[in-house]
Design a protein around this ligand. Structure first.
Ligand SMILES: [Zn+2]
Length: 312
């Protein structure tokens, strides 16, 4: 039986009050302000461009418009860039419904991790709504391979992630980690892990107009043999950040997942195309109103699970 008792809440939630933060965009280098505002049940996570008259872009895989070095969304004439760290924090902290208002096109990078967004949600507080949350429960494996890159989702009783990375760099030949996710695990083990990049790629990216806001204040930068930053936050900060990215990108399926996500050498492109594949393989999951039947763990006298609904 689980010791911690921290199974995800079964009702939808939003933020209790409006909160804001400011910072620069990693790629644009532009300073902007982000506000989280309460939203009603079944609203979902929706970005809103205040500078474009309030054009809205839902955080759904149908809106994915860019997956190079960060995940971007677009609808009509509005875009929003680098959404993944914020989305990871929102879904991991149980925020199903929220308006994310921006006054420019990129979510501020803050310190390159999700720690600032965790702080922001704690500042806002969480409010319960009157509708049940619907989880996406995986009932058969979903698998995607692209050369050496692989990503899969397997049936499980809870949301877990196993991530493995392997780069041609002495510090990154092999890192792997498996975590059973909960809000506490996300906040302590994953949220502080920062974006990373290779020094030799920085000039190339800048010529393409990317990472213009990047610095040692918001990214771990790897030189030929080591990191340029003063210290890492975790010995395996890199693979932890990949888990953060995967949680944020897979948030685009629109429901909290119940299943075991296994990724080998992934990136935003792989995560986002897999999120689309999950949505398309509708026989591989069901929408359920509780993560697992809690009584089923007690004994054979358990009542049948209530609230299961068909995926349709
Ligand atoms: Zn990232």
């Amino acid at each position: 039986m689980p010791e911690n008792g921290h199974s995800p809440t079964r009702i939808q939630q939003t933020v209790r009050r409006q909160v804001s933060c400011s910072g620069i965009g990693l790629h644009s280098g532009h300073k902007g302000t982000l506000s989280l505002k309460p939203a009603p049940a079944d609203h979902g996570i929706v970005f809103k461009r205040r500078d474009l008259g309030g054009l809205e872009i839902p955080a759904l895989v149908d809106c994915v418009a860019g997956v190079h070095y960060a995940t971007g969304l677009a609808r009509d004439d509005a875009r929003v860039e680098t959404v993944e760290h914020l989305l990871a924090a929102l879904v991991s902290m149980g925020i199903d419904n929220v308006v994310v208002e921006l006054n420019q096109a990129e979510v501020p990078i803050m310190d390159g991790s999700a720690a600032s967004f965790v702080y922001l949600v704690h500042e806002a507080g969480v409010a319960a709504l009157k509708k049940p949350r619907r989880f996406m429960k995986v009932v058969r494996p979903i698998v995607h391979a692209r050369g050496a890159k692989r990503i899969a989702l397997y049936p499980a009783d809870h949301f877990s992630v196993t991530y493995t990375i392997s780069f041609d760099h002495p510090l990154l030949r092999h890192q792997t980690r498996t975590l059973r996710m909960s809000e506490e695990v996300f906040v302590e083990e994953i949220a502080p892990a920062r974006t990373f990049g290779f020094l030799k790629e920085v000039e190339i990216l800048r010529q393409k107009g990317l990472v213009l806001g990047g610095s040692l204040d918001n990214a771990v930068v790897l030189g030929e043999t080591g990191v340029l930053n003063a210290a890492l936050r975790f010995e395996d900060e890199f693979v932890r950040h990949k888990i953060l990215d995967a949680i944020g990108d897979l948030a685009l399926v629109g429901h909290p997942l119940i299943g075991h996500l296994v990724v080998h050498c992934g990136g935003h492109a792989l995560h986002a195309s897999f999120a689309r594949q999950i949505r398309e393989e509708t026989d591989a999951w069901r929408l359920v109103e509780q993560p697992a039947d809690p009584l089923a763990e007690v004994g054979p006298a358990a009542v049948p699970a209530k609230g299961a609904v068909s995926a349709g």
